[in-house]
Design a protein around this ligand. Structure first.
Ligand code: MG
Length: 133
């Protein structure tokens, strides 16, 4: 499974990579630091990811702005996008579901809980049928 991870915080990116490396199945993680970088990647010749993990608070183009552009694109709109954030803001949650997300995951503070949640997310997407572009 190929995953595009969009996150501005380098520590968070390291944390995700470290966690995913522990999983039994090997995942290919591509990193982007903000929405702009992610769109550049998605519009390049690179093979499209199976899923997107998206942070909300980022400089240049935040998660919601990115999501709007993604969902307005005739090809990219089929990419399941899961929000991975510390924001418990209900307005963000509502707005994301309105635009179109495949899930909204709040990052727990405790590392063990984070690992457990991530494991469940990845296991779920392993069994889900995807629209291959
Ligand atoms: Mg952030």
């Amino acid at each position: 499974m190929k995953v595009l991870f969009i996150e501005d915080d380098a520590i968070e990116t390291m944390k995700l990579q470290r966690t995913v490396a522990k999983f039994q199945i090997k995942y290919e993680i591509t990193e982007a630091k903000n929405g702009e970088e992610a769109l550049d990647y998605l519009r390049s010749d690179a093979k499209l990811p199976d899923i997107i993990l998206l942070d909300l608070n980022m400089p240049k183009m935040n998660g919601i702005e990115f999501l709007r552009i993604l969902k307005a694109d005739e090809v990219l709109k089929f990419l399941p996008t899961i929000i991975l954030t510390t924001s418990e803001n209900r307005a963000d949650l509502l707005e994301c579901y309105k635009i179109g997300i495949a899930g909204y995951v709040i990052k727990p503070l405790k590392y063990e809980d984070y690992e457990e949640k991530l494991r469940k997310v990845f296991q779920y997407w392993e069994v889900v049928e995807l629209v291959k572009a």
